[in-house]
Ligand binder design. Structure first.
Ligand code: CP3
Length: 344
């Protein structure tokens, strides 16, 4: 099906587009009252993830309400551990929690490599969303990077230090690689399923990249991200590794079209390190959206000027925060649209 708004895909191809495309990480859910209404009509977050029609509905809400140039499928990175045999709970106001964690080889013996069928609800949600979008904007599929998924499976939930997960890298490096391999193979199966179902682009979120030093990052994260990027050949790939400024030279040569930047990464320096070939995505500080409309305009224009008109996908430097006013988000999106067109 041909897309009515293919700005994102043309930008990824390096074409000189009429303006900069814009979408937001975590745009589906979190900020919209319309999302909360749907979620409150169900038992909670997981039922929403596992009900394809409703997941499709909240995926499309930001396209209708905010005017973004892409949809991202409503799901979570933690569906992978669940399909491998380690289920999670989403605790209100606290976040994810795993009743069982991985501590030993015995625990890994109980897990399996997941196939896309094991996450059929998100695959079905992608099909539903593609149908309902009717080509209005492209659909982004996603998965967590193996290291970030590993961190949750070993730690059992969010953490400031992820010290259990990092300790395993020193105490049992072979065991860590065994689990990372299984997560990687599961992720490849899952992303291939997403692409077959209609995802136009896929993004890999390495949210906990920044807690590893450069050598450990190369060994326990980057290697697996590269394997995934090499395996997904049908659609463009985006890698977003939060806080991994030290890994930017390596990202310049991995098999992905787009690299996401967080707001602490200097834009011009990142362009220099990553080279002219990569498309860059990001990177307004999510907190800029707490500012006045005028402050948002100023910050957005500064960001757009630094990235330049082409090979840039406007986004935030991390997911939008839950208590940000949707009208401010809209103002950001509208500023990107008008100013980036003027900039040409
Ligand atoms: O981007 C989108 O809008 C698509 C949907 C999406 C969700 N989670 C829905 C969600 C995506 C892409 C994710 C990715 C995700 N999930 C990441 C990587 C991106 C990042 O922010 O670093 C991580 C680390 C998770 C794990 C996770 N899921 C946490 C820590 C939490 C709790 C706190 C929170 O809101 O982030 C979740 C829950 C979650 N995932 C919610 C949503 C809309 C909130 C649940 C609710 O109350 O409805």
């Amino acid at each position: 099906m041909s897309l009515k708004n293919d700005l994102l895909l043309r930008t990824i191809k390096g074409e000189k587009t009429e303006r900069t495309p814009v979408w937001l990480m975590r745009q589906a859910g979190r900020i919209l009252p319309e999302y909360r209404a749907v979620r409150n009509s169900l038992s909670g977050f997981k039922e929403l993830v596992e009900t394809p029609e409703r997941a499709a509905e909240v995926t499309i809400q930001p396209v209708d309400i905010l005017g973004v140039d892409a949809a991202i499928i409503f799901s979570d990175i933690l569906v992978i551990p669940e399909a491998m045999g380690l289920s999670y709970e989403m605790v209100e106001k606290k976040g994810p929690s795993f009743p069982e964690t991985v501590k030993s080889d015995k625990d890994i013996d109980k897990l399996k490599v997941a196939d896309a069928e094991g996450i059929h609800y998100t695959i079905d949600a992608i099909k539903e969303t593609k149908k309902a979008l009717d080509g209005r904007v492209p659909l982004i599929g996603f998965a967590g990077a193996p290291w970030t998924i590993f961190a949750y499976m070993v730690e059992g939930g969010g953490s400031k230090t992820f010290s259990k997960a990092r300790a395993m890298l020193y105490k049992e490096p072979e065991m860590a690689h065994r689990l990372l391999d299984m997560i990687t193979d599961s992720t490849i199966n899952y992303l291939k399923g997403q692409v077959e179902a209609g995802a136009d682009v896929v993004q890999i979120f390495d949210s906990w990249a920044g807690i590893l030093g450069p050598e450990q990052y190369a060994e326990f994260s980057l290697k697996y991200i590269e394997k995934i990027c090499d395996a997904i050949t049908e659609v463009p790939k985006t890698v977003f590794a939060k806080d991994a400024y030290f890994a930017r030279p390596a990202f310049s040569s991995i098999n992905c079209e787009t690299v996401g930047l967080d707001w602490c990464m200097d834009i011009k320096e990142s362009r220099q390190i990553l080279g002219e070939n990569k498309v860059l995505q990001g990177n307004l500080d999510p907190c800029a959206l707490y500012g006045s409309e005028k402050a948002i305009e100023e910050a957005t224009k500064t960001m757009l000027k630094e990235f330049g008109p082409y090979k840039h996908i406007a986004n935030l430097g991390h997911g939008v925060y839950p208590d940000i006013d949707p009208n401010r988000v809209k103002h950001y999106i509208e500023t990107v649209k008008s100013y980036s067109a003027e900039m040409r």
